[in-house]
Design a protein around this ligand. Structure first.
Ligand code: MLC
Ligand code: AMP
Length: 447
């Protein structure tokens, strides 16, 4: 998977640059070997790293791949509830990396075809705490090769992004993709419009919130005119943002669709058509189908292919429930396919209890449980409300006394992580429920 580290593309002092610090492939390999050696010596079976945007995080992930030990990247601001759950559930040992420690020798690159768990990424479902998604090296390699083909992504590129390093977008595509294609990587630390504009890259990744903020800053958008390809994903790119980016930068942003469990499966192509509201066609090796009611054109998107996860860690029932009896993965997304050219359109999600805010996937149930842990809260219902900046923003309806909305927001941010905090708290006398006791969230929103 780590073709760049084999010397296939030569070396340079600034091969990988993260939040203002640069390193060569040789130095990165040395630091990763030191991590790999420690993992092997300690007999570690899974390890966790505080996944700040840093060279240490890159070295840790690469070290895990060298040692064949799965890495669990922790959101760096995860509070005690989220962090404790992830560490207990995965059994991972927290490892600290000193990038200055280098090892000349160590476990060599694993032979092609070795197929253990490479990453365990925690992601939210509609209820309960996040589940560990087990991704193998071969699934990741298959996805990156398919994307390199679709985007004509190679060692002549400079990839720029500023996305978090504990999810598929920033870590798998944004770091491992660069190390497999040999493209230079510039991680901007934060994904600000000014940092993207200053980076001088050829290939840019962003979630829609990032593109929307760039489109609102015409100077930064215009500075991307010299790039080769701008790619959006992790949530739907609003049509006005697509059009503003085209007007300001001359680029029609290419959209691609994916999930933690499936990696990226559907995408537009470099040089191919790009239309707002569409996510392109399946990547080579991926087969999709729409499970629609008779006569309907939209339905659940289901898929198969070599990029799919190996299961939810320790949860065979949840893994089984995520598949159809004939073995297709159920995405939970509602989609439509244009019969003339196979272009896919993501129309929405089957469940309103999975929220996408700023490209982060957040389970309503997880935020509700955190709110209910507050001694002053007796009932809570959490929804995603349309938001021009974030796609959806988290709104919490609570029955509570003697506490302010700000205090509840801070409570969730501190216990889970900042991006799971409600952006708005509404106090209500009661939560409307159906006969089963399930909150009727639509009534709350209409009220
Ligand atoms: C504010 N902050 C608080 C707070 N209020 N912290 C604690 N308590 C409070 N009450 C702080 C935050 O910590 C942060 O600090 C700052 O305010 C800004 O908050 P934010 O929510 O982080 O920033 P925001 O501007 O809303 O973020 C927008 C964003 C972010 C686009 C930068 O949403 C983002 O990075 N999204 C990317 C998500 C992603 O990569 N998803 C991919 C999933 S994979 P500080 O100091 O930290 O700034 C996937 C597959 C696929 O979906 O298809 O790709
Ligand atoms: P995650 O597991 O965080 O990767 O979130 C996956 C979800 O993000 C998918 O199930 C979709 O709902 C959503 N998603 C990803 N890419 C797109 C896209 N291009 N358009 C619409 N939704 C998307």
């Amino acid at each position: 998977m780590l073709t760049a580290l084999t010397g296939a593309f030569g070396d340079r002092a600034d091969a990988v640059s993260v939040a203002g610090r640069s390193t060569s492939y040789e130095e990165l390999l040395g630091a990763a070997r030191a991590v790999a050696r420690d993992l092997a010596d300690a007999g570690t079976t899974a390890f966790a790293v505080d996944a700040k945007a840093s060279l240490e995080t890159v070295a840790a992930v690469v070290g895990g791949l060298l040692a064949g030990v799965p890495c669990v990247p922790l959101p760096p601001d995860a509070g005690p509830a989220e962090r404790g759950h992830i560490l207990r559930d995965s059994g991972a040992r927290v490892v600290e990396v000193d990038f200055a420690r280098r090892s000349a020798a160590g476990p060599e690159l694993p032979p092609p075809g070795s197929d253990g768990a490479a990453l365990i990424l925690y992601t939210s479902g509609t209820t309960g705490p996040p589940k560990g998604v087990v991704l193998t090296g071969s699934a990741i390699a298959a996805d990156l090769d398919a994307l390199a083909g679709a985007w004509q992504w190679d060692a002549d590129d400079t990839l720029v992004h500023g996305l978090p390093l504990f999810h598929v977008h920033g870590l798998v595509l944004g770091v491992l993709g660069a190390l497999r294609t040999g493209s230079r990587l510039v991680h901007t630390g934060r994904p600000s419009p000014q940092a993207y504009a200053a980076a001088g890259g050829s290939l840019y990744f962003g979630v829609p919130t990032v593109w929307s903020r760039i489109a609102a800053d015409p100077g930064s958008a215009a500075a991307l005119a010299g790039a080769r390809l701008l790619v959006s994903g992790s949530a739907a790119l609003p049509a006005p943002v697509f059009r503003d980016m085209e007007r300001l930068s001359g680029h029609r942003v290419v959209e691609r669709y994916g999930m933690t469990e499936t990696l990226i499966t559907v995408s537009g192509r470099a040089g191919g058509p790009a239309h707002p509201g569409t996510v392109g066609t399946p990547l080579p090796g991926i087969t999709t189908r729409i499970a629609a009611e008779p006569g309907a054109e939209i339905g659940e998107l289901q898929l198969t292919g070599p990029t799919l996860f190996a299961g939810y860690l320790g949860r065979p029932e949840a893994t089984a429930a995520a598949h159809t009896p004939d073995g297709w993965f159920r995405t939970g997304d509602i989609a439509a396919v244009d019969e003339s050219d196979g272009t896919h359109r993501i129309v929405g999600r089957a469940s309103t209890d999975l929220i996408k805010s700023g490209g982060y996937r957040i389970g309503a149930g997880e935020v509700e449980n955190a709110l209910l842990d507050h001694p002053r809260v007796s009932e809570a219902a959490v929804v995603g409300v349309p938001d021009t900046d974030l796609g959806q923003r988290i709104v919490a309806f609570v029955v509570a006394q003697g506490v302010t909305g700000g205090e509840l927001t801070d409570f969730v941010a501190a216990h889970l992580s900042a991006h799971k905090r409600p952006r708005e708290v509404r106090f209500v006398a009661s939560i409307p429920r159906n006969a089963m006791g399930k909150p009727q969230k639509r009534l709350l929103l209409e009220g």
